[in-house]
Design a protein around this ligand. Structure first.
Ligand code: ARG
Length: 580
């Protein structure tokens, strides 16, 4: 509906240009907002305020001219001018009903398939494999996964890339430690990577001999020594299966096939340096190979280097990312490269993107975006730590979520068996952690608080999951009898209308989530939808409604609500439950 209205406005602007009210060459950006107050209609625009000056008119007068120029249509029931010259639009009920009907009979809720379908390469999760995944890895995995799902649903081709860190000096230390243990205990100790890493680090710090061996092993590994590669492969394999366990528990869609590790670019790195040299971009600085770009200056205006090769010949994080960016466009065919990585890496990505374009690692109008996110904080306002003050392993965090969810569920009366309840607790626990993250604005830090996420009140996973089961229960009670699915929608009650208005926004919200890479818009939308359903359900009898037509219409609204909740949660990577 938004698109249709935009189209009408574009036609009106065209008309005003043709008749000379607006300058012919004036660029016009049509922007529609949602009025805060429903009494102001369904959409609003400040177009007349923006264009009054170039039109040499006053805003209210121009607003009138715009309204006048809107072609005849069945979309709008009402248009009015408010305040200094805002235009408010009210969509006609017939239009709303058509839209609901189209959603009802479509298995993709009538969500448009993007006509500008792109190949989107999405870099997310991408942990370093030296250690086990911890709470700092939560956001990239969860947010990146939701945006991937929404992008796919909107008809884009999504290629997931898990750019895991599997190369670098710390692996020498780990290999030296593996070597020092006999096979059996190595296997045992690798089952907890966290302690393995700690133990290796301790040995490294304490023993000069061990440290030497570690450094020796890195050099050997990097020169392709078979024995070292074997040890390294063994380690990487264990570490990746730890990651996979976490992805599977979190319902994150990544698999081993999506892993494109840093080491996969190793043989491309000399070429990256060569290419930069040919382009005249390389400068030697204290033995290291660097690129200085005018765009990047330090606080004192001193030039900031992008170091691409160390003094001893080793390559860096930036070098690998340059190779990866080229691969993503030229081999994978990406039109848009998205990176879900901690906001603290924003300078790195700025530099890489600018350099990649300048040096021709990417060409044409490819879109490159780093979507940063804030830190997960503890209640004390400092980055989240486990009780012993260490980093919290994700696997432990998820165990705790399931345990706490079970406690929450046990406070409720239920007709679930003990086993069913345990299964439900797993879903509720994991979903709560995910939803707490997804529902916050991506760019800000957020406080990880069990009590806030594991409650049936407010914008939480338990609330939404429960709301879904409530809608669903109507159809359980209805049983086999069914209802007339071809019945007309009746929207006479204000609560029916409010629910309907929210339902038809689904498409628009998904587009917004995709454009901004911000899943919290979808969370807010679903929370609002559940609230409106609840008001509707309390005020408008459904199953014991005697008027057949009204009963059918309300059942259709309920069914549509269930479908949108289910689809919406699924796009967030959250499964729904039939019963709770
Ligand atoms: N492994 C990196 C880290 O843990 C993140 C990698 C992000 N992706 C990338 N292409 N640089 O900080």
């Amino acid at each position: 509906m938004k698109e249709q209205l935009e189209q009408l406005l574009a036609e009106a602007i065209g008309q005003l240009k043709a008749q000379g009210t607006l300058p012919d060459d004036l660029p016009v950006n049509i922007k529609l907002d949602r009025p805060r107050d429903k009494s102001h209609g369904d959409f609003a625009t400040n177009l007349a305020l923006m264009l009054a000056k170039p039109a040499k008119s006053n805003p209210r007068q121009l607003a009138e001219a715009i309204i006048e120029a809107i072609p005849e249509n069945t979309l709008l029931a009402k248009t009015d001018i408010a305040g200094p010259g805002f235009i408010n639009f009210t969509i006609s009920q017939d239009q709303l009903k058509d839209q609901l009907g189209a959603m009802f009979s479509s298995d993709r809720l009538n969500v448009d398939v993007a006509d500008n379908s792109e190949t989107i390469v999405i870099d997310y999760s991408s942990p370093n494999l030296a250690k086990e995944m911890h709470v700092g890895h939560l956001r990239s995995a969860i947010i990146g996964d939701a945006v991937s799902r929404v992008s796919e649903f909107l008809g884009h081709k999504v290629i997931r890339q898990n750019h895991v860190g599997d190369w670098g000096t710390q692996f020498g230390m780990l290999l030296a430690y593996m070597e020092a243990l006999d096979n059996q205990s190595a296997e045992y100790e690798l089952s907890n990577l966290e302690t393995f890493y700690k133990a290796a680090k301790q040995r490294f710090d304490e023993s000069e001999e061990f440290a030497d061996r570690a450094r020796q092993l890195v050099v050997k590994l990097q020169s392709g020594d078979e024995y070292c590669l074997k040890l390294w492969n063994q380690f990487i394999d264990v570490s990746l299966s730890h990651c996979q366990d976490v992805y599977d528990r979190l319902g994150v869609k990544l698999t081993r096939d999506d892993v494109m590790a840093e080491s996969a670019y190793n043989d491309k790195l000399p070429g990256v340096i060569e290419h930069l040299r040919e382009k005249g971009l390389l400068t030697e600085d204290q033995g290291a190979q660097c690129v200085f770009l005018d765009e990047f200056k330090g606080k004192e205006d001193e030039p900031l280097p992008i170091i691409v090769q160390k003094k001893g010949g080793g390559y860096l994080y930036a070098t690998t990312d340059l190779a990866a960016i080229e691969y993503r466009q030229k081999v994978l065919g990406g039109d848009h490269l998205m990176y879900f990585v901690d906001a603290r890496q924003s300078l790195h990505f700025d530099q890489i993107f600018t350099l990649a374009r300048k040096a021709g690692f990417v060409e044409g109008d490819i879109k490159l975006d780093h979507y940063g996110f804030g830190t997960v904080m503890g209640k004390d306002g400092k980055p989240y730590k486990s009780r012993d003050g260490g980093v919290t392993k994700l696997a432990d965090l998820l165990d705790e979520a399931e345990r706490r969810a079970l406690e929450l569920l046990q406070q409720k009366t239920t007709d679930l068996t003990e086993d069913e309840q345990k299964r439900v607790a797993e879903v509720v626990g994991i979903s709560s952690v995910k939803y707490a993250d997804l529902s916050k604005n991506r760019t800000s830090d957020y406080i990880f608080d069990w009590d806030h996420m594991l409650t049936f009140e407010g914008n939480t996973a338990p609330y939404l999951l429960y709301a879904f089961t409530r809608v669903n229960s109507i159809f359980y009670r209805l049983g086999e009898t069914g209802f007339d699915e071809s019945a007309d929608f009746i929207l006479d009650d204000e609560r029916e209308l409010a629910l309907a208005n929210q339902l038809v926004r689904f498409n628009e919200v998904l587009v917004q989530v995709q454009n901004k890479a911000m899943p919290h818009f979808l969370c807010g939308y679903l929370f609002d939808l559940a609230g409106r359903f609840s008001s509707f359900y309390e005020a408008c009898p459904i199953l014991n409604q005697e008027d057949e037509a009204l009963r059918n219409s309300r059942l259709k609204l309920a069914r549509l609500t269930a479908n949108v909740l289910k689809q919406g949660l699924d796009l967030l990577g959250i499964p729904t439950l039939e019963k709770m």
